[in-house]
Write a protein that binds this ligand. Structure first.
Ligand SMILES: [Zn+2]
Length: 348
């Protein structure tokens, strides 16, 4: 039996339950099949008889059971959900909505720019390989690619990746009873990432765009943009230019100022750009070489200590930083056999 309790940002945010964040808004943390991010928050918005949920969790049994128990505590069930608003098409946000829709028929809305990745997943399914092969090759990560090829990298079950009912675009208005949310395009973490702003209450449902304790991965998707980090930094500045809001993240406790966290994320990437520039200065040529020469996470791990999946994210993210340094005119790049080699812009 689950009871509705007031959300306490100082408590363990992953504890199963249903937490009141604001009148008519409840946070439900759901478990994930791997322990990297620990849990994902879905947010239930109620207005009169209307019930809308932001993000849906990963389609696993334990998440479904906890979701059902939390809704029951609110006097509701899956059949009462009118629609899911999904911030982006990652497994932990999107897939449970797809599975529940088959049984309960609620609608799913997703950012329009997620479509290329969903189309690519549908196409790639039949032919094997990974949607990341092209970029790992560009990063010069041959050895990593070979190790990845030895494990199953299919992005989950095909059936989890059906298309949504509605595509949302920047500044679309979503009504929930009398409440009004604005969808704001925030590409970077993924191309079609949306945050949902409730201006009247000053709440920002931030998805993975702004997270309180970690820096989101950049461009981890099949059909990635050419410059995902540039897009991400632009999207951070865009949110910084909005009135400040209370941060409701997909991973981590409900926070205070969105602006404060955005400032910290911008500073983090500035530092990271300097460190990665330094790697090229000291002779690294490819993204894989630069990533291999750096330390990672707050615990300063080596690349090899991160584990295969995070190693891939780290290499791709390093390439995103290198490409921004090229855009800034500080590095120049040449492609040799599809692999990008970077040098200082003023070197011969
Ligand atoms: Zn994500």
């Amino acid at each position: 039996m689950v009871d509705v309790t007031a959300d306490d940002p100082t408590a363990d945010w992953t504890m199963p339950g249903v937490y009141e964040v604001a009148p008519g808004i409840h946070r439900i943390p759901l478990p994930l099949p791997n322990d990297g991010l620990r849990a994902v928050n879905v947010y239930v918005i109620t207005a009169g008889d209307t019930l809308v949920v932001i993000d849906s969790g990963w389609a696993i049994d334990t998440a479904r059971e906890q979701f059902a128990a939390a809704l029951a505590a609110l006097g509701a069930g899956f059949g009462d959900i009118e629609r899911f608003l999904i911030t982006h098409a990652h497994l932990d946000h999107y897939t449970q909505a797809v599975v529940l829709r088959r049984e309960f028929g609620m609608r799913i809305a997703l950012g329009k720019d997620e479509q290329p990745t969903l189309d690519l997943i549908a196409r790639d399914r039949s032919k094997g390989g990974s949607p990341f092969d092209g970029r790992l090759w560009a990063a010069g990560a041959r050895a990593l690619q070979e190790r990845l090829a030895a494990v199953d990298r299919r992005p989950g079950d095909q059936a989890m990746w059906e298309l949504p009912d509605e595509w949302l675009t920047d500044r679309d208005t979503v009504r929930v009873g009398q409440r009004q949310l604005d969808a704001i395009a925030t590409p970077g973490h993924t191309r079609g990432h949306l945050v949902f702003l409730e201006g009247a209450t000053g709440l920002l449902f931030a998805g993975d765009h702004v997270l309180p304790h970690i820096t989101p991965s950049i461009g981890f998707e099949g059909a990635a943009a050419d410059f995902p980090l540039r897009d991400y930094l632009d999207s951070l500045r865009l949110v910084r230019a909005l009135p400040d809001t209370r941060l409701l993240p997909a991973h981590g406790p409900v926070g205070g100022s969105t602006h404060k966290r955005v400032d910290a994320l911008l500073e983090h990437h500035d530092r990271r750009l300097e460190i990665i520039y330094g790697m090229i200065e000291r002779g690294a040529s490819t993204a894989a070489e630069a990533a291999g020469a750096m330390t990672w996470t707050r615990r300063e791990r080596t690349l090899a200590e991160l584990g295969l999946f995070n190693e891939m994210l780290a290499v791709l993210e390093t390439m995103s930083h290198l490409d921004v340094l090229v855009l800034q005119g500080r590095l120049s790049v040449t492609e040799v056999d599809g692999t990008r080699h970077y040098v200082l812009a003023d070197s011969p």
